[in-house]
Design a binder for this molecule. Sequence first.
Ligand SMILES: *Cc1c(COP(=O)(O)O)cnc(C)c1O
Length: 428
Amino acid sequence: MSTNQDLFERSQRVIPGGVNSPVRAFRAVGGTPRFIKKGEGAYIIDAEGKRYIDYIGSWGPMILGHGHPAVLEAVLSAAREGFSFGAPTERELELAEEILKLVPSMEQVRLVSSGTEATMSAIRLARGATGRSKFIKFEGCYHGHTDALLVKAGSGLATFGNPTSAGVPAEVAQHTLVLEYNNVAQLEEAFALHGKELACVIIEPIAGNMNFVRASVPFMTKLRELCTQYGALLVFDEVMTGFRVGLGSAQAHYAQLIPGFKPDMSVFGKVIGGGMPLAAFGASREIMAHLAPLGGVYQAGTLSGNPVATACGLATLREIQKPGFFEALSAQTQKLVAGLKAVADANGVPFSVDSQGGMFGFFLMPELPQNYTTVMTTDKERFNRFFHGMLDAGVYLAPALYEAGFVSAAHSDVDIEATLAAARVALR
Ligand SMILES: *Cc1c(COP(=O)(O)O)cnc(C)c1O
């Protein structure tokens, strides 16, 4: 039997850093990444046969847990009929109908294969539809690894961003304005300076790539007002929050808090593929008419709307619509975060928690942070010790303090109890 260490050494010879996506390498927390052999419900099992309670769920998609029988059956039967045709199928249209039924802000969607592709295409469409080039993103929000989105703030509001990755020319970052999340004054100033040049503003409504930070209601209200006033499109990146924080996604949550609220465009991924490569972006019929083959904005994909991936996504979306699904998932997630908070309090560890639906975050600080700068003041050493304590006890949390966590419908009371028991030791 190969150990995780054997596999990691072998892997580093043929794959840069031994992984196909950087955060998997455990660089932030140190130690050897676990090579996963299989998943079963709420658990994943590594190459050494050790079982973990899984709070990553493939970074969000596995909302039903691993190997859900109905999803597995749908995937197997779709695979028997063919893997890919490069021609339209009824199943992709069914998935599009299903998504639109649940997200009334969109009239049409285009299916693609990854969240990165979906946000990249959404930005191109926003630029094509408005005839403008510039856009705003917020510090700490991740929208995939497209060049123009790998950008950090420039030296001031009058200047645009700087690339955060080698290989991205400064010219490509020139049209990206990066602002602080939840900062209303900065938003107003940026619109006053550049509002008429903005194609769109892209935002994670509940940011899951800086752990878990909600856009405040005053901030979201102001953002919607300014976009409308200046003719910039408001793009909700719901790749993580979509069908994860609730059946109507984060936009339904904000519509409850802000009467009449809706984004102009939305991007989905993760849960809509149920663990298969699938993502989507959508908007009104008028905006979507700018896309090829109807309009001049080009966008395409050999595997887009893949028959096996759409079968997986459809089966997943059908399960999460069953009565009581989100009530049960939310209750279970709340049980977990309230339990963690109680354990931390009992041990005198500064701790704050938040959750929505099946997504949660915890911080080793007394108050929930409102932006990326505050998130990054977390005591990293302390977080890493907690992470490894939990991992040794068989609880698999995200291996970085700036990542959200996920509970699935397969997580039972016994799993939550076992997690809290591990936390009692680790937090002490
Ligand atoms: C995961 C994620 C993406 C990127 O999706 P990939 O499928 O990894 O390309 C984009 N936006 C958000 C908010 C995400 O969480």
